[in-house]
Design a protein around this ligand. Structure first.
Ligand code: URA
Length: 210
């Protein structure tokens, strides 16, 4: 597993405003959207392309286009939805799947409650969207699901991660072709599983407490 923490002043600037408890929902949504587009640029560095002929007003030349099968973008519900537009703005030809996961409070295992994904992901590059990489349980289960369905590589894009979550995903996926792209790597998790300093509950800040 590879970890990439975006090291860019614009990312840090937007992340700082996102963290601020005084930032309202509309501003939070806009900033999350902008941040994802910046992170998507890093996350898609290895997106597969194929050569294509193009004729400019001056000459014929060879360029590239995204190759088939198209990349698959999968927001993890609910908070991952707040990252979808920012990602598809950069790769509009991507297909979009949906995955809802929640924790079973008895077994503490992540369970799937909504799944709209192709059964066969053979040869696909998959981009998972989840703003907060906290304990890593959900993300590790989602990555495993993609790999079991045949995805060739899986990239998770998260706004903020905790070292504990990064370690848990690393442990769960071993040397599988997995990459995590973070806007920031924070200090730790607190006793109730929130990232410190973090930004609070990303779903609530995006959509309100419902
Ligand atoms: N999920 C969140 O929304 N925030 C955290 O800090 C941890 C998990």
């Amino acid at each position: 597993m590879e970890l990439l923490v975006a090291d860019h002043p614009l990312v840090s600037h937007k992340l700082t405003t996102l963290r601020d408890e005084r930032t309202d929902s509309p501003t939070f949504r806009r900033l999350a959207d902008e941040l994802v587009t910046l992170l998507a640029y890093e996350a898609t560095r290895d997106v597969r392309v194929e050569p294509v002929e193009v004729t400019t007003p001056v000459a014929a030349t060879t360029g590239v286009r995204l190759s088939s099968p198209r990349p698959l973008v999968v927001p993890i519900l609910r908070a991952g939805l707040g990252m979808l537009d920012g990602m598809t703005r950069l790769i509009p030809t991507a297909e979009v799947g949906f995955l809802g996961m929640m924790r079973n409070e008895e077994t503490l295992e992540a369970v799937v409650y909504a799944n709209r994904l192709p059964d066969d992901l053979t040869g696909r590059q998959v981009y998972l969207l989840d703003p907060m990489l906290a304990t890593g349980g959900t993300l590790a289960a989602a990555i495993r699901l993609m790999l079991e369905r045949g995805a060739t590589d899986v990239t998770a894009v998260c706004l903020i991660g905790a070292p504990e979550g990064v370690a848990a995903v690393r442990e769960a996926v071993g040397d599988a072709p997995v990459q995590i792209v973070l806007g920031g790597l924070d200090e730790r998790l607190n006793e109730v599983g929130y990232i410190v300093p973090g930004l609070g509950d990303a779903g609530d800040r995006l959509y309100g407490v419902v």
